[in-house]
Design a protein around this ligand. Structure first.
Ligand SMILES: [Zn+2]
Length: 301
């Protein structure tokens, strides 16, 4: 969890980070504590609190309805926070917040139709169409990580199989890495995790690739290709001008984006008869969600 003091221009003045507690009740308690800490350090009165949370967020009610990778069910975040602090409070999906920040002050600037894709533990999304956020009828739009890419693929936290985030997220890279590390060719990936198979993560692949290991480089290319499959599906349905790709995996940079672009170009309908959809790296890093949530509440004031 991150809580930041942000000005109206989206500049972070102060930021505090805490690990996410396991139960929804503890998360709410921890969130209130973290907010109190940030508010205490503010030199001027805070005008509003914008919150981003993973999963299906009922924006109007201010409730997280469902988060597949966490145990959240119907958590009334806005009610609790606005009562406690007595200021305007908004809640939105975390990737939508990140997308809004990139659109306003990051690498989405100048695009009227952009899709934010956050590649982390799962895959999150945010839609900007015609220069405005698109949230769907309930606020549940852009759950792009649960687009089914492979109906015979691995089981997902949401209960389905073969979701995009099971094949193209940080978790997916970790699994691919453990499979590779168990084989003779994966020795350098295994070495990057101190020789312990159960400690192999996505980061082990990144480290081995940095040292020039061809097996690690292949895995990153495969992951990038899987990212591109989802981008092509989204492009065919929504015709965006630009994809802004963020989340922890974007540290891989062009090693990930180049194969994703190649796959997008291969899979998109009528590639030779349309302008190329831009695929760019996000600019605001891990703080994008915090900045976007703050910009959202400030625009609602
Ligand atoms: Zn899923």
């Amino acid at each position: 969890m991150r809580a930041g003091l942000v000005d109206r221009a989206g500049r972070i003045i102060d930021i505090k980070v805490a690990s996410t507690p396991p139960s929804p009740e503890a998360v709410l308690g921890g969130l209130v504590e973290l907010l109190a800490e940030v508010l205490e350090n503010s030199e001027s009165p805070v005008e509003g609190i914008g919150i981003g949370a993973a999963g299906l967020v009922d924006v109007r009610a201010g409730v997280v309805r469902y988060a597949p990778n966490l145990s959240y069910r119907d958590v009334p975040i806005v009610d609790v926070v606005s009562r406690k602090f007595g200021v305007a409070t908004t809640l939105d999906n975390d990737a939508t917040c990140a997308g809004y920040a990139e659109f306003r002050i990051g690498s989405g600037q100048g695009a009227e139709d952009m899709i934010m894709v956050t590649l982390g533990t799962g895959i999150g999304g945010g839609f900007i169409f015609g220069g405005h956020l698109y949230r769907g009828s309930q606020g549940f739009a852009a759950e792009i990580g649960h687009m089914v890419i492979d109906p015979s693929g691995p089981r997902c936290g949401c209960g389905q199989v073969g979701c995009w985030e099971r094949l193209a997220s940080g978790t997916a890279l970790g699994e691919m890495a453990r499979e590779a590390a168990a084989l003779p060719g994966g020795a350098r990936i295994l070495a990057a995790a101190d020789g312990q198979l159960e400690r192999v993560r996505g980061e082990s692949v990144m480290r081995a690739a940095d040292e020039g290991d061809p097996v690690a480089k292949n895995l990153i290319e495969e992951l990038g290709r899987n990212v591109g499959v989802g981008l092509a599906n989204l492009a065919n349905i929504l015709d965006p001008e630009r994809f802004v790709v963020g989340g922890g995996l974007i540290r891989l940079g062009e090693a990930l984006l180049a194969p994703a672009r190649a796959e997008l170009l291969e899979k998109i309908e009528g590639a030779g008869y349309r302008p190329e959809v831009e695929v760019v790296a996000a600019e605001l890093g891990d703080d994008a969600g915090v900045i976007g949530a703050a910009l959202m509440v400030s625009s609602a004031l």
